[in-house]
Design a protein around this ligand. Structure first.
Ligand code: BG6
Length: 498
């Protein structure tokens, strides 16, 4: 289905998200013919822009952030003509009256059938204020067209604030109107986890504790906190990446097959999976979780990189983790005894998101007495989420020659060989789906809350006990030493290459 005609209102439009991701993604959709014929974009923020000056700024930024290989000037000019701006404070009742009048004008001019998508590109502290402003002008009710809001993470800072935030949001909106974005779910390679598992007959029978030894989910970044120290220092990687992006990938990878491809059926299965994750006791945290903070080090180009505590807007004594590794257990029949290791961090050696499913070793008796007996390594299935998107199966093969020697070999599927389209940022799909009213890729309040329940004991312990060894890994390294041994009591180890 094509998306419905609509106006997209971006609150916080002068911020980073709009220029880096929202406008470029909307423009990508436009160039691919995936925006409705009738649409308009209205940015709203406190900064001093007019529609004209905002268009000029977006035109400069889009050149920098668009993924279009050949920037289409004519398409941009047409697209840009539909961008408008309203300078306003979110606590100003008059601003919402102005907004209402402007929406009516735009609706008439662009024939958008009264459908409005509100994008909260703002900190969560103002979600309530904006929602209340919209309620005061009757824009949250779906009397004429549809009204949807997209909410950016963080959905709270912990379980209790997430509960309050959800309660606040749901006091203005119905759950079906709320689209909580996790841009990892917009990534083609993440969605492909469902295709891989449920559209193929050969893998699902192996997808359980009888055949799988453990799972690793890794998302590393080379960059430090860049300009986002103010936000990040209150957050840390557990809240910024693990509680949302990594848990969503774990849910897709480990959930039971949904009986239909209906959004609620999929989200129900994800919820069941996350609810089965064993909640750590405070005394278990130190054996199941490792934290790190980057010290000064070197960038890839050899130039010096700052320590986290010297970054802009970061507390010089910060206890915030820029790296975390976690060992989880899933208490259900399928996964009993199969640990899931998660890790993520900034200021690391590579940028890479990868999932490794490690199978149980083959029994070694057949090759006893041959050189191969010491070479029997476990098979691995690797999902390269980004970059070099693809899937790899690693297995053993006999090395050519007279004796029985083994070597690991790969079977490889590469996205860019198989398909011509390049995977996008994730935002294109999410915006497109929201305009079509398809919530499959968005999170639901119960999913968000369950995810907080899992990380809460770790956040509590880490909040109470200062990390005396911080900073504990150099920028540009592989992370803190303690994380290397997290899997090893069980004779397991992280896949070496990330
Ligand atoms: C965001 C985090 O959600 O994801 C950032 O807030 C992080 O800190 C980013 O850099 C990573 O996304 P991607 O798509 O580049 O892996």
């Amino acid at each position: 289905d094509a998306p419905d005609p609509c106006i997209i209102v971006v609150f916080g439009a002068s911020g980073d998200l709009t220029k880096r991701l929202l406008i470029p993604s909307l423009f990508n959709l436009y160039c691919d013919g995936l925006l409705p014929d009738f649409f308009a974009i209205l940015g709203m923020a406190m900064d001093d822009y007019t529609t004209e000056s905002f268009r000029v700024r977006m035109s400069t930024d889009v050149q920098k952030y668009s993924r279009q290989e050949q920037f289409d000037e004519t398409a941009w000019a047409n697209f840009c003509d539909r961008i408008h701006y309203l300078q306003a404070r979110f606590d100003d009742a008059d601003a919402f009256v102005q907004l209402k009048a402007l929406l009516q004008t735009l609706d008439t001019r662009y024939s958008t059938d009264s459908n409005v998508l509100f994008y909260m590109a703002t900190p969560p502290a103002v979600f309530g204020m904006i929602s209340s402003g919209l309620e005061s002008i009757g824009m949250n009710a779906e009397n004429e067209g549809w009204r949807r809001i997209i909410v950016e993470k963080p959905f709270g800072m912990d379980l209790s604030s997430a509960l309050s935030l959800n309660e606040e949001i749901l006091s203005y909106w119905k759950e079906q109107q709320v689209y909580r974005i996790d841009h990892y779910l917009g990534k083609e390679t993440v969605q492909n986890l469902l295709a891989f598992r449920f559209a193929n007959g050969m893998f699902e029978p192996l997808w359980n504790r009888t055949h799988i030894d453990h799972i690793q989910i890794t998302a590393t970044e080379q960059v430090g906190v860049e300009w986002r120290g103010g936000y990040y220092d209150k957050s840390g990687v557990m809240r910024d990446m693990i509680q949302n992006h990594l848990f969503q990938m774990m849910a897709y990878l480990c959930m039971e097959p949904p009986t239909t491809f209906d959004p609620e059926a999929i989200r129900n299965e994800k919820y069941k999976l996350l609810s089965a994750v064993r909640i750590l006791k405070p005394e278990e945290v130190r054996y199941h979780a490792v934290r790190g903070q980057y010290d000064e080090g070197v960038n890839l180009d050899g130039s010096p990189a700052k320590a986290y505590r010297d970054e802009h807007l970061v507390d010089p004594h910060s206890n915030t983790e820029t790296y975390a590794a976690l060992k989880l257990r899933i208490d259900n029949w399928r996964w009993h005894g199969v640990p899931v290791f998660l890790r993520s961090g900034k200021g690391l050696r590579t940028k890479s998101t990868e999932i490794v499913v490690q199978f149980r070793r083959a029994p070694e008796f057949t090759f006893r007495g041959t050189p191969a007996s010491s070479q029997l390594e476990a098979n691995q299935l690797i999902f390269r989420i980004q970059p070099n998107e693809g899937i790899e199966i690693r297995f053993l093969a006999k090395r050519p020659g007279p004796s029985m020697h083994m070597r690991k070999v790969n079977m490889n599927f590469e996205y860019d060989e198989a398909f011509s389209a390049h995977p996008g940022t994730g935002y294109e799909t999410m915006l497109y789906d929201c305009m079509r009213g398809d919530a499959s890729l968005f999170s639901r309040s119960d999913l968000v809350e369950t995810s907080w329940r899992i990380v809460q004991p770790v956040l509590d312990v880490w909040g109470e006990e200062r990390a005396r060894d911080f900073p504990n890994y150099p920028f540009g390294s592989w992370g803190p030493k303690a994380a290397f041994s997290l899997p090893s009591p069980d004779h397991r180890r992280w896949l070496a290459r990330t």
